[in-house]
Design a protein around this ligand. Structure first.
Ligand code: NAD
Length: 440
């Protein structure tokens, strides 16, 4: 099938590359010429495990190409995915300007029947807006071309995006007409060979499903963070509590980790947008407001521990920070807790040396030049002359470090572990002062 993907970011590039990998003829459009140049030169603009291979393989096979030409993109695919960003507006609602601009471009240039598929995370009712935007453009052209609007939210996880797209748990298709559903079934056939994964529903339910999934996961995280803080006060250990409840199959093991808060391009903005949708329709979403408030406070909690140990004024202190990405296996720092932690440490006068396996360029872009912020090539290099180590992202390479070396390099052996990577008893026996999240 001929497929166009509008927006070549994390979701668009992964979707386009994986759809090409099963034999489709995919054209990816982006308005950012730098991204398209990188792709045309054989690179990829993001860090995502396994993606470069899939992209290269399919470019070489002639099934995947890239463009900034809006007209060409609208004429290419019978299926037109919209995978552009939906960042939060000032009031927390999802900013739909990119989605609607993409829809208008399709309406302006399409030359046959099109299935316009919303893959971006969008508030309930966006399908109607997309339909109206395309209709308006067709009226201007005096065209009566037919089209369908489908909601097909994406559930891939950054860091495991290729695997998630290739082996989805479910494929949600919100559609009101059979023709579109049939084409979506054909397109996703190769991804559900051993059992049916396609769930067909109305457009609004599909749109809400995506928010419901992210809101549920964010709720679990904030729940555990709130309990971790209580555990600390009560002298209990949240890690033991986690094991105690995770073993209940009704609760399960996933997303039960206490830490220094969730970040990324999805949970924070999607929780906010859902709260906003509720408010617009007269529903004060009490639970989700609390989820967000707990998370905002949790991002500061790690710094609170540093302040309790070293005092409010951190001038003259130096800290090593391990982990900048909002989670392991990605270079994405959108809404990352590390941004709050670094901002607070620098704001209190400290100097900081950071290390992250892949997100350092992103950090340089975000923080610019700051004499008090330096970048280490290796994790241990960050520790030299530092007063303490602060861990913000649970990269695998931090799991089992040489504690003896850490103790020798730090001015005083103190670790603030925002992700509960280590066993407090082991660190005590190593002679390291340890602060976890909700640990005894
Ligand atoms: N990142 C994730 O893990 C993830 C997972 C599931 C869903 N989502 C959702 O998918 C959507 C995209 O997220 P992302 O992380 O891929 O965003 P992104 O910012 O990485 O990519 C979006 C791309 O769209 C491009 N763009 C904007 N307007 C355009 C237009 N009119 N025409 C063509 N290109 C245009 C931008 O230049 C950018 O490259 C969002 O709604 C997000 O909430 C993201």
């Amino acid at each position: 099938m001929k497929v166009t993907v509008v927006g070549t970011g994390y979701v668009g590039l992964v979707s386009g590359a994986c759809l090409a990998d099963v034999g489709n003829d995919v054209l990816c459009l982006d308005v950012d010429p730098d991204k398209i140049r990188i792709l045309e030169e054989g690179g990829i603009p993001i860090h995502e495990p396994g993606l470069l291979d899939v992209v290269r393989r399919n470019v070489a096979a002639g099934r995947l190409s890239f463009t900034t030409d809006v007209e060409r993109a609208a004429r290419h695919g019978v299926i037109q995915f919209i995978a552009v960003g939906t960042p939060p507006d000032e009031d927390g609602s999802a900013d739909l300007q990119y989605v609607l601009a993409a829809a208008r471009n399709i309406g302006r240039h399409m030359d046959g029947y099109r299935v316009i598929v919303d893959k971006s995370t969008v508030p309930v009712g966006t399908g109607d807006k997309v339909r109206a935007a395309v209709a308006e453009e067709l009226v201007v052209r005096g065209s009566t071309l037919a089209y369908s609007v489908v909601s097909n939210p994406e559930f891939l996880k950054e860091g495991a995006a290729v695997e998630d797209f290739m082996r989805p748990d479910r494929i949600i298709v919100g559609a009101d007409d059979e023709r579109a559903v049939e084409l979506m079934r054909q397109l996703y056939g190769p991804f559900q060979r051993n059992h049916e994964k396609l769930l067909v529903m109305d457009v609004r339910s599909a749109e809400l499903t995506k928010y419901a999934a992210n809101a549920m996961l964010a709720t679990r995280i904030s729940f555990m963070n709130e309990l971790a803080n209580l555990a600390e006060t009560l002298g209990a250990d949240i890690e033991l509590v986690r094991q105690g409840i995770g073993s209940d199959p009704r609760i399960g093991w996933h997303f039960l980790y206490a830490g220094c808060g969730y970040g990324g391009s999805c949970f924070p903005k999607d929780v906010k947008a859902l709260v906003r949708t509720g408010a617009e329709h007269g529903h004060d979403l009490l639970l989700l407001n609390a989820v967000e408030a707990v998370n905002d406070a949790q991002k500061l909690r790690l710094v609170d521990k540093v302040v309790s140990r070293f005092g409010e004024n951190l001038a003259g202190r130096r800290f090593a920070v391990w982990g900048l990405a909002f989670k392991p296996n990605t270079d994405d720092m959108r809404e990352a807790p590390s941004r709050v932690v670094l901002g607070e440490l620098l704001g209190r006068g400290a100097s900081v040396c950071v290390y992250d396996p892949v997100a350092m360029d992103e950090a340089r872009r975000i923080f610019g030049v700051d004499a008090r912020l330096s970048y280490a090539e290796r994790p241990m290099d960050a520790l030299e002359a530092a007063d303490a180590l602060v861990i913000v992202t649970e990269w695998k390479e931090f799991r089992s470090p040489d504690f003896e070396r850490i103790r020798a390099l730090l001015k005083q052996p103190v670790i603030f572990d925002g992700r509960n990577m280590y066993d407090p008893a082991v660190l005590r026996s190593e002679g390291i002062e340890y602060f976890g999240m909700g640990r005894r």
